[in-house]
Design a protein around this ligand. Structure first.
Ligand code: SF4
Length: 386
């Protein structure tokens, strides 16, 4: 005999269950109740209804390389461990030759996306950014270039003494395909003031997003959570993004980013729990009814939590991620690289009963005749360090 939804979600969430089943937009109060509900499993069950209605068991991954071209930054965000500072990471800025060398490291891997972000480094001129994008396109023809947060776009325009629109147009002409989102963390003036006062305010971030949409650029969106923000501010962030998406329709994916306090000015804050990571994925899926994709970024959430997250609303796990330097360090520049192979990605997804689908940056499925899908093995996968 089937179990009734009320047995699963409990009487107190049945009104939200009925809205989810009917496809009715959830309110601010609904979002807050989902964050506060003691029944995490119920919240995940509700998110999974929406997730499976959109994607069934399909779970997307991409083969990508990250290039963090400089860690010199004049914004000094309190939550950031990436930028160069006394007692922290040594400063670096990559020459174009260095970027080319890094692209060549993986030239035999059929990557489809190069993801580039960096600090706000006032020494880099306008032309550097245009040449950077052109270099990637020339070195890896056909690859999708996802680059520059809104904060970087404002700095690039400032360097070139041009408008935001002109900077974006020049970058598109050089080969830019999309903006990765990020840069706003939480759309709250209070959090902005306390943690990242030198960066853009929410309205400025939205202005860049609108300009990108008008020029036809796709964009992704994020939320950094688990620091000083309140649950109300999280829900408000989601609703502001939902309203912006109603207006522009240009966002592809939303990624909640779990805050890692190590090496930041907020080291006293405890790392988010797995409950919080899963719940934030689930509430994001339920609130963002006009976002097609919700991502669990395995580097931030760890592989085991991501394996659970794809039953809690996420349909995307990001990618193979060659060289991600934002949270961990240890290479030529003192940075530690992290990567999962394609086989690892497939195993991560299939071990928990989902269907692995390789995608490009725009969610077109990639079928590779020359690379048979490996048999999943039930052995432990490497865990991201936390
Ligand atoms: S988060 Fe970005 S803008 Fe802020 S300090 Fe770090 S690199 Fe700079």
């Amino acid at each position: 005999m089937p179990i009734s939804p009320e047995r699963i979600v409990g009487a107190d969430l049945m009104d939200i269950h009925d809205k989810v089943v009917a496809g009715t937009r959830l309110s601010f109060e609904d979002g807050l109740r989902l964050f506060k509900s003691p029944n995490l499993t119920a919240v995940g069950y509700l998110a999974n209804i929406d997730r499976e209605r959109r994607h069934g068991g399909r779970t997307y991954y991409v083969r990508n390389q990250h290039i963090n071209y400089t860690n010199i930054c004049n914004k000094f965000c309190k939550f950031c461990s990436f930028y160069a500072k006394k007692g922290g990471p040594a400063p670096y800025e990559m020459s174009l030759d260095e970027v080319k060398r890094r692209l060549e490291w993986h030239k035999d891997v059929p990557l489809t996306e190069i993801h580039m972000v960096g600090g706000i480094n006032p020494r880099l001129p306008y032309q550097y950014y245009l040449d950077l994008v052109r270099l990637v396109k020339d070195s890896r023809p056909g690859v999708h270039v996802k680059a520059f947060t809104a904060v970087e776009i404002v700095e690039i325009a400032r360097q070139g003494k041009v408008t935001i629109e002109q900077a974006l147009a020049d970058l598109i002409e050089a080969g830019l395909d999309s903006l990765p989102g990020g840069g706003i963390e939480v759309l709250s003036d209070r959090v902005h003031e306390e943690l990242f006062g030198r960066k853009l305010r929410g309205e400025e971030w939205k202005m860049v997003a609108r300009a990108a949409a008008q020029l036809g650029l796709k964009q992704y969106a994020t939320m950094l959570y688990g620091h000083i923000e309140t649950l109300e501010e999280r829900v408000d962030h989601l609703i502001q993004l939902r309203e912006l998406q109603d207006e522009t329709g240009h966002f592809l994916t939303f990624t909640p980013l779990s805050f890692h306090p190590e090496g930041t000015e907020l080291e006293h804050i405890e790392h988010a729990t797995a409950d919080d990571d899963l719940r934030t994925i689930a509430v994001s899926r339920l609130m963002l009814d006009n976002f097609e994709h919700i991502k669990s970024f395995w580097i931030m959430n760890t592989v085991p939590v991501t394996q659970a997250a794809i039953w809690y609303g996420a349909d995307d796990v990001d990618g193979t991620v060659h060289e991600y330097e934002i949270t961990y360090k240890d290479d030529d520049f003192g940075n530690k690289s992290q990567a999962l192979t394609r086989d690892n990605m497939i195993r991560m997804i299939e071990e928990v009963g989902r269907i692995a689908v390789e995608r490009d940056s725009l969610y077109n499925e990639i079928v590779r005749d020359d690379e048979p899908v490996p048999e999943p093995k039930m052995t432990a996968l490497p865990m991201a360090k936390v």
